[in-house]
Ligand binder design. Structure first.
Ligand code: PLP
Length: 275
């Protein structure tokens, strides 16, 4: 299926949808985005995603997005292509700015794209990377389109037959993945790094904290090698067990705590599509 595209207020043909080569999102990464899961034509947790889009935009100093309009864009692409399983990608940028790194005055660009997605396997391998997430940066906690660091880290993961790369922060504490949050089980207790570690306030992370419960704990990166279980969470992965971290295997993944977290997550998510 071709993606369904909504651009600046209306549905358009994906082959002719155009964004300026001077769009500030393209030229300097001056943009924010959301990825929203869509099942049987319905978005999951859309309200939380729209709120985070607005928070990220505010953090970047972008004009406040019209969330009703963005919601309408999501509904229109889903109505045009009610895919069984897909992803909505909402991108909101600083718009056209021909003059360089200052933002222009033309107003933001808003794109909603719907693509079909494959379901993720139950368990995956991850690697740690030697580069640090900055827990005190200007963009910390914002979901901006400046994802180059994640692209590089994910390429490292692929080189090692893994699907995710996990970062420590500048003080060596476990932080997050390129597109996921991380949970570990220690002495039977579930832990996840706090937001002060520099991780994104993941929506799946928040739902696991609310529905399953976990302690927010600063943990050294090498905790991953002594954890009884590790899992990653994201919109596209839900709760996904980790069976290998670097060269270290976690036999039997998903272990009991992960399996229970996944069971609760799936049950609660099925009961409420906009929790
Ligand atoms: N951390 C980063 C850097 C991300 O990009 C994402 C999602 O894309 C997540 C964590 C997980 O967030 P969510 O559960 O809202 O998808």
């Amino acid at each position: 299926m071709k993606p369904a595209i909504w651009l600046d207020g209306s549905l358009c043909d994906p082959d002719s949808a155009m964004v300026s080569v001077f769009d500030h999102g393209l030229t300097v990464g001056d943009g924010v985005f959301e990825t929203v899961k869509a099942t049987e034509g319905q978005p999951f947790a859309l309200t939380r995603h729209l709120r985070r889009l607005a928070r990220s935009a505010a953090g970047l100093g972008l004009p406040e997005p019209d969330l009703d309009e963005v919601r309408r864009g999501c509904e229109e692409v889903l109505k045009a292509h009610p895919v069984a399983f897909g992803r909505l990608r909402i991108t909101y940028t600083g718009g056209i700015s021909p003059l360089g790194s200052d933002r222009g005055t033309a107003g933001p660009t808003v794109v909603v794209a719907l693509v079909e997605a494959a379901r993720r396997p139950d368990a995956t391998a991850v690697v740690t990377v030697p580069w640090a997430r900055n827990e005190r940066g200007a963009l910390t906690g914002l979901k901006t389109t400046s994802y180059g660091e994640n692209v590089v880290a994910l390429a490292r993961a692929r080189e090692h037959d893994a699907t995710e790369a996990l970062f420590g922060n500048t003080v060596g504490a476990l932080c997050e993945g390129t597109g996921s949050n991380v949970f570990v089980v220690l002495d039977g207790q579930l832990h996840t790094p706090p937001l002060s570690s520099g991780c994104l306030a993941g929506i799946t992370r928040a739902l696991v904290l609310e529905w399953v419960g976990a302690k927010e704990t600063d943990l050294p990166l090498d905790t991953l090698y002594r954890a009884e279980e590790v899992f990653v969470t994201s919109t596209t992965r839900d709760v996904q067990a980790v069976h290998r971290v670097d060269g270290h295997t976690l036999p039997g993944a998903p272990g009991p705590v992960t399996a229970e977290a996944l069971r609760i997550f799936v049950e609660r998510a099925a009961a409420d599509i906009d929790p």
